[in-house]
Design a protein around this ligand. Structure first.
Ligand SMILES: [Mn+2]
Length: 360
């Protein structure tokens, strides 16, 4: 397991110098943010990012995300050119030592929340999703950090209608086409592709969402038979639906060798299915982090892991979900659980004893 931390580049107030002071964080998860979606990332930009990160004493083996253009998801317009560009990005990233690329196949809207600074009982702020509030939102006039805000309300209406018409099966068809195009390149380059589940894992605004539960993840993995075709298993996304048993999924897909990247965070599911993002500690939310990390540990997980979102605490301001302090606490909590699991693992002792006997 390698502990990593997301960093939004030179504009991120959470600097690499600060991240390197979090004990146990070895890798940075980042992306080239100034190239329009669908275009090829300049090699100099990738090399520059890598150099900055390496100079700060950390690795750049995970890229999150190389976004998938809406034309690819809709199978229209310039989708063939965008897929060729995508393949070129895989090649260029592989050349700089990138091992895992995160992407998602969520139509139009990336992660969705009804409020980004909801005050919790302890005075900290967290992102929340209250179903009642989301139902009242007008998706054509809505914008959240990380979303493409370049659409006019008219363009947004057209896009939403196109997805409604495409439907779930149409979206599956376009995902399958995309996977069959890019995976041979990823396999050749030795890169793991790790799809991020939809957040939240249910359809919003009448638009289909498909990477939402075990049945659909099974269907997704069956699209291409190679270990490189895998997952970013995010507890903060899949864990929002009480019907998803995240620890079970972690165990199952790790044993299959398909979890290349794990996003871990707690979430408090409310009675009506709404949810609040919570501190990592098990008692703060609906997920049992010890059970989850034990599932990964016992299945022999050797991929990348990172704290997902964090709350804003101690007066910190900045990018919602991506402050320094609460994510650092999350990383330490997880590393503490992992170290305990390692030390209490009876299998570890067996290995050590065998080694000692061989030496003697
Ligand atoms: Mn995530």
């Amino acid at each position: 397991m390698q502990m990593t931390f997301r960093w939004y580049g030179d504009d991120d107030p959470v600097t690499l110098e600060k991240i390197r002071q979090i004990p146990g964080v070895e890798g940075i998860v980042t992306a080239v943010y100034d190239t329009p979606v669908g275009e090829v990332w300049p090699e100099e930009s990738i090399a520059h990012l890598k150099k900055e990160i390496n100079d700060a004493g950390m690795t750049m083996e995970v890229i999150e995300s190389v976004p998938v253009h809406e034309d690819i998801k809709l199978g229209r317009g310039d989708y063939k050119r965008y897929i060729e560009n995508y393949k070129e990005n895989i090649r260029r990233l592989a050349k700089q030592g990138v091992k895992t690329i995160v992407y998602n196949f969520m139509p139009v809207f990336d992660w969705t929340r009804s409020q980004l600074d909801h005050e919790l009982e302890d005075g900290s702020n967290a992102l929340v999703y209250y179903k009642e509030d989301v139902d009242k939102l007008d998706p054509t006039k809505l914008t959240l950090p990380g979303w493409d805000s370049s659409y006019t309300p008219e363009e947004m209406t057209e896009l939403i209608n196109a997805y409604k018409e495409l439907g779930e099966e149409g979206l599956w068809k376009n995902l399958e086409y995309f996977i069959k195009e890019i995976m041979p390149v990823a396999v050749e380059e030795g890169v793991n592709m790790a799809i991020h589940p939809d957040d939240p894992p249910w359809p919003i605004f009448g638009i289909p969402r498909i990477i939402t539960n075990e049945e659909n993840i099974d269907r997704f993995l069956a699209l291409y038979d190679a270990p490189n075709h895998g997952l970013t298993l995010c507890s903060g996304s899949l864990g929002c639906a009480a019907s998803n048993d995240y620890a079970e999924m972690a165990k199952k897909y790790t044993k299959m060798g398909r979890v290349h990247n794990a996003h871990i965070r707690n979430v408090k599911i409310l009675d009506d299915g709404s949810f609040e993002e919570a501190a990592h500690k098990s008692s703060c939310g609906s997920l049992d982090l010890v059970e989850i990390l034990k599932a990964y540990h016992d299945a022999g997980f050797d991929g990348y892991i990172r704290p997902d979102h964090g709350r804003m605490i101690w007066g910190e301001t900045g990018k919602p979900g991506y402050g320094l302090y609460d994510r650092a606490l999350g990383a330490e909590y997880m590393l503490g659980i992992w170290e305990t699991l390692d030390k209490l693992d009876p299998k570890k002792d067996e290995v050590v004893e065998v080694e000692e006997e061989t030496k003697a």
